[in-house]
Design a protein around this ligand. Structure first.
Ligand SMILES: C[S@@+](CC[C@H](N)C(=O)[O-])C[C@H]1O[C@@H](n2cnc3c(N)ncnc32)[C@H](O)[C@@H]1O
Length: 355
């Protein structure tokens, strides 16, 4: 029988809702365990009892039954009168045979719980949680030493691109572009969307060396190897030259000063007449500043800064001109109040002349 998703979210007073907020935390971990046990794959196209799922997942039947009932409560599963469980469209997003699978994203995000534990400490100290959690290093340094987690992180990023990428790709005009550089591109999923739309577009996926290793296989698998190359490096050192530089979900990870450094390297890399497309999330706080901390406040987890800053402000500091800005409502944010509304900000910048 189907149940409403997270029924504790509706009804009740503020006290009920606060308890419900904690249930959301449980719901995330329930989802993570269900993803871990690949229950979406086991239930693909068939209904099974918890014991049958447990046999396939290699888990204990009794605890698997409890987990699956919790999955029913949060709308991932249905339970039938005969004791069999079925999947829902929500669970199907975790199937490994779905090219848009969100399983890697769930596993990588929930796997990065350590920095959340440091949130209050970081806020008190004015430091960031990730650097404390990762012994003074960034999450990207940590991932470089943990290849399996790094691969999952990049795959998770591709999952996010699969959700929002088509709308982003629609907004980025690649007509006449010779070479697009996906800066910090992970597996290069945004570049591939653009290449899919523009068969003449060549590009470079630029990321840390340990990340581009994994990008190559994905690029080949998706049939873009003949017009894509990968370059490993650091955007604090230099960025490959191109006439369209893509910065998607990059700046929220860094402080203002670091953003300025990244953008300066990008400015140095823009071919004549080229531009930079910045895609990030922000909160519309009613003023004209394009803030990134809507997404960034979540990314205080991993980020070095993510405090109040304006993308346009740092862009201007790099002697880049904003010549177009577009905003899209985040599909998941339709019901939020305007002041809390997350949006994808697309900002296109051209060099305003070198200093
Ligand atoms: C939040 S992910 C965004 C990935 C991709 N742009 C997307 O939207 O799916 C940030 C990316 O920046 C990369 N990155 C971090 N530090 C970097 C550096 N110093 N140089 C190049 N890339 C870096 C990470 O490896 C990661 O792939």
């Amino acid at each position: 029988m189907a149940s409403p998703i997270a029924p504790w979210k509706t009804g009740g007073d503020a006290y009920h809702q606060m308890v419900g907020t904690l249930y959301d935390y449980w719901a995330c971990w329930t989802t993570c365990a269900i993803a871990d046990l690949s229950i979406a794959d086991h239930l693909a196209g068939e209904s099974l009892t918890a014991a049958e799922v447990a046999a396939r997942a290699g888990s204990a039947p009794e605890t698997t039954l409890r987990l699956m009932r919790a999955g029913v409560a949060i709308g991932l599963l249905t339970e039938q009168a005969d004791g069999r469980f079925g999947s829902t469209p929500l669970l199907d997003t975790l199937r490994t045979d779905d090219p848009r699978s969100l399983r890697p994203l769930v596993l990588s995000q929930m796997g990065s719980w350590l920095p959340w534990d440091q949130l209050a400490i970081g806020i008190r100290e004015g430091s960031t949680r990730s650097t404390k959690a990762f012994g003074g290093k960034t999450i990207f340094d940590y991932l470089a030493q943990h290849p399996d987690e790094a691969e999952r992180f990049s795959a998770g990023m591709s999952g996010m691109t699969a959700v929002w990428g088509p709308a982003i790709a629609d907004a980025i005009d690649t007509t006449g572009v010779q070479c697009a550089v996906d800066v910090g591109g992970a597996k290069g999923s945004l570049l591939q969307l653009l290449q899919h739309k523009n068969p003449a577009l060549s590009g470079i996926v630029f990321d840390r060396p340990n990340v581009v290793e994994h990008a190559e296989a994905e690029i080949a698998r998706n049939g873009f190897a003949d017009r894509t190359r990968t370059v490993g490096g650091s955007f604090f050192e230099s960025v490959p030259t191109g006439d369209l530089l893509l910065l998607k979900f990059i700046l929220h990870d860094w402080s203002d000063e670091e953003c300025v450094k990244i953008l300066q390297k990008c400015r140095d890399a823009i071919a004549h007449g080229g531009r930079i497309a910045i895609v990030d999330d922000h909160v519309d706080n009613g003023d004209s500043t394009c803030r990134t901390d809507g997404y960034g406040h979540a990314h205080g987890v991993h980020g070095q800064g993510a405090h109040d800053r304006g993308v346009r402000r740092v862009v201007r500091r790099c002697r880049l001109e904003t010549h177009r800005r577009a905003q899209d409502r985040h599909p998941a944010d339709r019901d939020r109040t305007p002041s809390r509304r997350g949006r994808l900000a697309r900002l296109s910048a051209r060099s305003a002349g070198r200093p």
